[in-house]
Design a protein around this ligand. Structure first.
Ligand SMILES: [Zn+2]
Length: 97
């Protein structure tokens, strides 16, 4: 095999590996999304006091993330903006407080 054919074959192989890697990543993302949607269907969170909650869980979930198409479930992190007050922030979207 000539050097040109060898280089071309290597280039083709590399491109094929990139396509496979991309497909694997897309498949993993779809599996995760599917899992989240199944979880939402079988065990939806409860809307209460402007946040989402799960029975038996004292930490609320981020409404912005949960209402996204992906149905992400991220716990909110409590903090005290002023003495005695409690607010929440989301470590994922950073938008809720
Ligand atoms: Zn969020």
């Amino acid at each position: 095999m000539s050097i040109c054919k060898t280089l071309y074959a290597r280039k083709q192989l590399l491109e094929t590996q990139l396509v496979i890697t991309d497909l694997i990543n897309k498949n993993m993302a779809l599996e995760q999304e599917n899992q989240r949607l199944k979880e939402h269907e079988s065990d939806p969170l409860i809307w209460r006091n402007a946040k989402y909650w799960k029975d038996g869980d004292d930490v609320p979930f981020c409404p912005i993330c949960y209402e996204s198409p992906e149905r992400y479930r991220y716990h909110l992190t409590p903090y005290s903006p002023t003495a005695g007050a409690i607010a929440y922030t989301c470590g994922h979207c950073k938008r809720y407080s």
